[in-house]
Write a protein that binds this ligand. Structure first.
Ligand code: HH2
Length: 276
């Protein structure tokens, strides 16, 4: 299995680690750590040195209740870091839902558009369809970041997540986007309760039925706090545990803050796999 992206054909025969670079003052777990361009670039370099296979740059927090970031502000945070990140030899993903930011990022060489809105903002599908090559991660979100935890989903989350991802994928295919460019993400924590998030892990295999590669982001999320009682700054071990379980159950890209820990855990996983 491969993920076709702008410059890289990403080999997904083994799980890949996507290192999170939050260029925000207010992200839920690491806001303000890398909010100058220099700090952001250094963080990219560090994650690559730790073994990140992909970098995911985001300049707008999507934590529950986060305020919207104006376009110019998002551009100013993102573009100086992106210009350098694309020189580091790994695929670079941009976490944005704004079509203007997507277009500019792709012009600078970004490989993947990672959109928590799954290209549902007006104009976003057009950017990805017109580009012709970039990878895209389609994520399920119930509601929107400002309100999603006030009114989370009801009932069994797995069928509606699957139906949603199929629907947005069909729209993209109709617009001429090749299936090989598309990854799916169940959107852990996006308008879902802890039991719903864990059901998406327990029954992750159901999301693999269509053959789209699965990307998951459990890193430091509040559901891990709900079952461990640990605050966000102490969720490294729970995050690695969740990432490993996701890998074992077929996820192909793990979106994480703690790259070195996840890479080490995956080495143990790989060594312990039964021979093919
Ligand atoms: N989670 C966050 C942001 N972007 N993208 C995908 N595809 N999947 C996710 O699970 C996901 C995502 C939220 O986490 P984080 O980036 O750490 O925090 P913030 O949104 O506060 O910057």
């Amino acid at each position: 299995m491969h993920w076709e992206t702008t410059r890289h054909r990403i080999d997904l025969s083994a799980p890949r680690v996507m290192g999170i670079v939050n260029l925000t003052p207010d992200s839920f777990s690491d806001g303000g750590r890398h909010d100058t361009a220099d700090a952001g670039i250094r963080h990219c370099e560090r994650l690559v040195a730790e073994g990140a296979d992909i970098l995911d740059l985001g300049a707008e927090s999507t934590r529950p209740g986060s305020p919207p970031v104006p376009l110019q502000e998002e551009r100013a945070r993102l573009m100086p870091v992106l210009r350098e990140a694309v020189k580091l030899g790994v695929p670079v993903s941009v976490d944005t839902f704004k079509p203007e930011v997507m277009r500019e990022a792709l012009d600078l060489g970004a490989d993947i558009i990672n959109d928590i809105w799954a290209l549902r903002q007006p104009g976003a599908v057009d950017v990805v369809a017109a580009h012709g090559r970039c990878g895209v991660c389609l994520m399920h979100m119930h509601g929107e970041p400002q309100t999603m935890q006030v009114a989370p989903m009801q009932g069994d989350a797995v069928p509606p997540v699957l139906a949603f991802l199929r629907g947005v994928t069909d729209d993209l295919l109709r617009r001429g986007v090749d299936r090989a460019r598309i990854a799916w993400d169940p959107g852990i924590g996006f308008g879902k309760t802890p039991p719903q998030n864990f059901a998406l892990l327990a029954r992750q295999q159901e999301l693999l039925a269509d053959g789209q590669p699965l990307l998951v982001g459990w890193s430091r999320k509040s559901s891990l706090g709900a079952v461990t009682g640990l605050p966000v700054e102490e969720r490294r071990v729970p995050s690695v545990a969740a990432a490993l379980l996701a890998a074992e159950r077929g996820a192909r890209v793990l979106r994480v803050h703690d790259v070195a820990d996840t890479v080490a855990a995956l080495k143990v996983w790989a060594a312990a796999r039964p021979p093919a």
